[in-house]
Design a protein around this ligand. Structure first.
Ligand code: URA
Length: 207
């Protein structure tokens, strides 16, 4: 399943991020806020346990608690720019990291860094990466994460290319993909068009 989250705040924030004139600090803030809105949607179907609580007024009131732990896994480097926004929404979420680079001969993603929290098999995992371009990185990230048997895996991105989305859904149809905007295509340099440029460079002010 994939879902394009259609919301005026998302469109407004994404437009600010797309503009070439937007400086790094503003880009980052908008990315964090936009990610919060995306994750609000992506977590709508999380399972709850019913619990009993005491309020200042009554002894036995009905309350709810998330059934599973939540583990955020940003794909390095640009995914890091999405973590703080989600953490302020779900402070108890644990965080793992995956770093992948592209082998220039095989063109396949290769893992260079991986560090996961211990409880991943008890967690709903949310993978974070702002750009879904060819889909190679996220497909490999899911391959790696699936070996740890999490309760579920979702992928939250901001801008997707149709070819990348198709590839992820073909290889991992069980992973729900949440997107702020489905753009036109990848250009000859591998950038999403119209896109927003290199998300990592724009987040961290590098070139
Ligand atoms: N990664 C980016 O940061 N931007 C693109 O357009 C494609 C991949």
């Amino acid at each position: 399943m994939h879902k394009i989250i259609n919301h005026p705040l998302i469109k407004d924030k994404l437009t600010r991020m797309r503009k070439v004139s937007t400086v790094s600090t503003v880009f980052r803030t908008n990315l964090e806020e936009l990610t919060q809105l995306m994750v609000y949607e992506a977590t709508k179907d999380l399972e709850l346990n019913e619990i009993e609580i005491e309020t200042p007024v009554v002894k036995n009131a009905k309350g709810y608690k998330l059934k599973n732990k939540i583990c955020l896994i940003p794909i390095l480097r640009a995914g890091i720019g999405m973590v703080d926004g989600v953490k302020s929404l779900i402070p108890t979420a644990t965080i793992g990291h995956i770093g992948l680079y592209r082998n220039e001969e095989t063109l396949k993603p290769v893992e260079y860094f991986k560090k996961f929290p211990k409880n991943i098999s008890e967690s709903d995992v949310i993978i974070l990466d702002p750009m879904l371009a060819t889909g190679g990185s996220v497909v490999e990230a899911v391959n790696i994460i699936k070996k740890y048997n999490p309760k579920s895996i979702k992928f939250v991105c901001i801008v997707a290319a149709p070819e990348g989305l198709e590839y992820v859904q073909k290889i991992h149809p069980d992973v729900d993909v949440y997107i702020a905007a489905l753009d036109d295509k990848l250009n000859e340099n591998g950038y999403i068009t119209p896109g927003l440029g290199d998300a990592g460079d724009r987040i961290f002010g590098t070139k």
